[in-house]
Design a protein around this ligand. Structure first.
Ligand code: ZN
Length: 138
């Protein structure tokens, strides 16, 4: 099923996405499903803030729009964020792959065996001199 995001959803999703680093994130206890909490502009009658819970991949949201249309600005923002994160991860992987290749290539030189250094090459007496109480043996 193709989800239809309206232009106003796109506009609102861009606004949300600009603040993605400050999204409240959580994980569902029973299965670790990651979600974001988006505060609604509306409140309950007694003024209690309303939050919409949106699955991190954008595949589900608790808001009325998603319930009726299977699409909302929260789901779209989460989806765009996930795509952006995936691109970022892919870029990081590519950079890291290049780095690994470089290090592996350089490794024979960097890891060339060197003469082992005795762990305790200097004894206590070398460092501190003879103990006073051992100078004159009993
Ligand atoms: Zn929503």
């Amino acid at each position: 099923m193709a989800v239809q995001f309206t232009s106003s959803m796109h506009a609102q999703a861009e606004v949300l996405l600009a603040r993605a680093s400050r999204w409240a994130r959580g994980e569902r206890n029973k299965d670790g499903m990651a979600f974001f909490l988006f505060s609604s502009s509306r409140t309950t009658k007694d003024g209690t803030p309303i939050y919409h819970k949106t699955r991190a991949d954008g595949g589900w949201c608790s808001c009325p729009s998603f319930e009726y249309r299977q699409a909302c600005s929260h789901a779209l923002a989460a989806q765009m964020n996930a795509e952006r994160q995936a691109r970022h991860d892919a870029e990081s992987d590519a950079l890291f792959a290049g780095y690994t290749k470089h290090v592996v290539k350089a490794a024979p030189v960097a890891l060339a065996p060197t003469k082992p250094t005795p762990r305790f090459s200097r004894g206590y007496a070398d460092l501190y001199g003879p103990d006073d109480d051992t100078v004159d043996a009993y």
